[in-house]
Design a protein around this ligand. Sequence first.
Ligand code: HEM
Length: 456
Amino acid sequence: MLQKQESPAEAATAPGAIPLVGHALRLLRPWSLLHSLPAQGDLVRLYIGRLPVYVVCSPKLVQEVLVHDSDYDRGGAVFDQVRTVMGNGLITCGHDRHRRSRQLVQPVFSRSRLPRYAELMVEHSTPVIESWRDGQVLDARAAMHTIIRRVSIATLFSSRINAEQFERLQQDIGTIAAGWLRRLITPRPLRRLTGGRQWASASKRVHEAIDDSLRSAGATGCPVTGATADVPEVLLAARDADGGGFSHEEIHDELISMFLAAVESSSTVLSWTLDLLAHHPEVQDRAAEEVRRVVGEREMGWPDVDQLPYLKQIVHESLRLHPPTWLLTRITTRETVLGGHPLPAGVNIAYSAYLLGRDPAVFADPDRFDPDRWTGAAPPRGSFVPWGGGSRLCIGNTVSLAEIVIVLAEIVRSWRWEPVRRRPATARVSMLHVPKSVRVKLRSRKEAVATTGEVR
Ligand code: HEM
């Protein structure tokens, strides 16, 4: 099959495939494999074993895939695995269910609710940030996970759980988050050896907590609506165009999906950002100056987010270099043609926000961290896609950008930090693009101001 003569219109096959194994071994070092693909064409075929996967390498074709979501649907082996953990919520559902589910979840992210989310972000991140000590070496990955877990529990369940349940849920979500990617790639018989039992008990308790919160949200039988309703109440009250709503099981799947999506991706972005800023103290100082000028000593709120353009540029630049969802897949639902190349039905398509973000034709000197590159015109469609695009654009994009900006602002106004290691963090190969380790040494910014009189 690999030796077959390709007709001119067929997508090129990446070199280096081994019979029966295909490119699977090269995928163990995915970054160098990815970087080698655009030289082969806009659409390049890889083989994982005997399974062909077409990698879309040009922004224009990625945009085409994202916009035609009925031809290029969510599905295939990766989503089948993710579904075993997240259920069939918005993230994993196919095109047939998507429009209705999106309509029903949308009220969770309506503008009127955003100021309350910002309050909870501040309330639940500052105690952690204030607990750090001058001179402390911080495990930034663990610390960002703690903060985002606290914020996500508060924003998704706030009024439904007491302090004790909050702590328990915190720990259980930590266990699930640490283990769920490992679980997805571990064959079922081996799962017991890789922490499967703790994972299963934590997962059971989290599912029970979600069910409890749903039961108590629906206890009155009279749906609560408006900005004061919490997320389970909003989902219970949501109605589609025909007046129908979600079942409890559907809400359950949406909540667990949003929870895992929120905790893993936002904490990963913050970890990479802290590492980048550790190696760029001048960017840290400029960010601190912006926060001091805009927010000063008062509490942050939702309107501040738009007043912090430099912090947003930093987050965009961090997402360009290190998008957590570095490889996303689709499946063709019918025979089609992409960029002049014929594609059969039922074939796997992949695109990489990581590869696109480092395209030198779009981003000059692409490996350089330069938040100022975001002051000009927006990059062409399909070239900056850390939140996906088309009708399946991340529904949490506005909230998560605000969350990252708020947490970063809270950190940068109190702390300066330097890297413990001279070299920038490297990525672990996993479903998400996660740094192996980010350890930074903290210095109190307030004390630096008190002794030198300088605001840095
Ligand atoms: C920086 C943080 C985040 C990043 C980088 C991110 C990234 C993404 C990406 C790339 C997709 C599209 C996946 C695909 O096309 O296959 C997506 C979808 C989604 N995300 Fe996020 N996400 C983030 C935060 C969040 C948060 C905070 C939530 C919820 C509270 C969330 C909920 C979702 C949902 C429900 C979808 C499915 C949307 C749909 O198919 O209609 N995400 N996210």
